[in-house]
Design a protein around this ligand. Structure first.
Ligand SMILES: Cc1ncc(COP(=O)(O)O)c(C=O)c1O
Length: 442
């Protein structure tokens, strides 16, 4: 299936090219976007009906697949009842039910849900909250943060600062708040140097805490999997070592589960898989199954308690026009219910088993390095390919995959699959065959 020679069906592309500024896009060199007319389950369809398998769940969001009938019905029913109401001084059933459902499935006493609109704002809220938490408790020295090399937390100013170790945002360093990046300890199948790498990383964390710990409000980490930094997995042992050290130094521990939340790692949350309860957790993407934008920042009881007093000064001065939008809350509630109704985590386990077979095959491939799988994620690096975010090999592969009906978008040298959990066995077989065929063209 070739896209280049397909005649235009409408003039949407022309209008797009005249008027739209796309995210993370160099418009001077980027190929034309594909006009998507509809989507169903794991597939996107262009205006002529050509199918593209959405193997990265549209930026990791649509966990149950596109246009799931239960989600569609939920949106329609909620829209007919209450589409929106401001969220200061008012509340509504979808928000209350969702907050209850989320705090029931989250571990420990993560009981206080603050709503915002996307992954970046969830992290922004977490950072502000951590900073103010210490001030409210009388410690005004803690205004810095510790985060990880290769970490990505979004692109608002605070979130970007926490992701400064990823080199996505070097240009904006002048605008950033104070963040100390520390080494991460990535691992993969057959990695026999992981223990040493973890020890070195923990030693570096100790040194950073020694130097800056008394000035730091929180440590922020993507637990078990760094996403945009290259689908880099770490072991629960490493995460536990990190969390313990941060807590001992008086920092809050923030888990950014914007990407890992809602089943990606095989458990509902990565913190659950690692048997840890962070002080604050950030969730988005899968929260609303990719249907509507929303996020939550959930805090433990004692964090929330530090904001209570008889003056507004200790309250969290943050909020958005669309905070806790009822449509998005209703969708999130339905999406969570689908995990039980459709036994979704069993499906993720089945995907992981299929991915593991591929890891075995990829180990034999001369152009694949460090193959790895966790939950619904399969990843490897292109051997001999260096660079960050956009690389020549990665871009060539992305075009090849798109031209062959597969939405696979390498992150620099890292090629990965993160399909919707509804993907069928036949579709997975097609995805793996295409993955290798594309790699063979390099
Ligand atoms: C771990 C993590 N945190 C935060 C974000 C930012 O989310 P958003 O793009 O919705 O602002 C992302 C986005 O990819 C992410 O992967």
């Amino acid at each position: 299936m070739k896209w280049e020679n397909a005649p235009p069906v409408s003039d949407f592309l022309d209008i797009d090219k005249r008027h739209i500024w796309h995210p993370f896009t160099q418009h001077a060199t980027e190929r034309d976007p594909i006009v998507i007319a509809r989507a169903k389950a794991a597939s996107l369809f262009d205006e002529e009906g050509h199918e593209i398998l959405d193997l990265i769940s549209s930026w990791w969001t649509c966990i149950h697949g596109h246009a799931h009938p239960a989600i569609v019905e939920t949106i329609a029913a909620q829209a007919a009842t209450l589409e929106h109401v401001m969220f200061a001084g008012f509340t509504h059933p979808p928000a209350a039910k969702l907050a209850k459902a989320l705090t029931d499935v989250l571990p420990g006493d993560l009981n206080r849900v603050f709503f915002s609109d996307n992954g970046s704002t969830a992290v922004e809220v977490a950072a502000k909250l951590a900073y103010q938490y210490h001030r409210n408790k009388g410690d005004t020295a803690r205004s810095e943060f510790i985060a990880f090399e290769g970490g990505y937390h979004g692109d608002t100013l605070g979130a970007m600062s926490l992701g400064r170790g990823s080199s996505f945002f070097t240009l904006f360093e002048g605008l950033m708040c104070r963040v100390h990046p520390v080494p991460y300890a990535p691992t993969w199948d057959g990695d026999n140097a992981i223990e040493q790498r973890e020890q070195d990383a923990l030693k570096a964390l100790d040194a950073t805490l020694e130097a800056h710990g008394s000035k730091a409000a929180a440590l922020v980490i993507e637990p078990l999997m760094q996403g945009a930094g290259g689908i880099r997995f770490c072991r629960p042992e490493f995460l536990r070592g990190v969390a313990q050290r941060a807590r001992d130094a008086g920092l809050l521990v923030i888990f950014d589960e914007v990407a890992t939340g809602f089943g990606r790692t095989g458990a509902l949350f990565a913190c659950e898989k690692a048997k840890l309860v962070p002080d604050v957790i950030c969730l988005s993407k899968g929260l609303t199954a990719g249907a509507l934008p929303m996020s939550v920042t959930v805090a433990r009881d004692d964090v929330y308690d530090a904001f209570l007093s008889d003056t507004f000064d200790t309250a969290l001065a943050h909020g958005h026009s669309f905070t806790a939008n009822p449509l998005a809350c209703a969708v999130a509630l339905k999406s969570l219910a689908l995990f039980d109704e459709e036994n979704t985590l069993a499906r993720v386990a089945a995907i992981e088993a299929r991915h593991r077979e591929q890891v075995g095959l990829l180990k034999q491939h001369p152009r694949a390095e460090r193959p790895r799988a966790m939950g619904s994620m399969l990843a490897f690096e292109i051997a001999g390919s260096e660079g960050h975010y956009k690389t020549a090999d990665g871009e060539r592969l992305r075009d090849w995959y798109l031209n062959n009906g597969l939405n696979i978008r390498p992150l620099g040298p890292t090629v990965y699959l993160m399909p919707p959990y509804c993907i069928t066995d036949d579709e997975l077989t097609r995805a793996y065959a295409g993955l290798i065929e594309g790699l063979d063209t390099l």
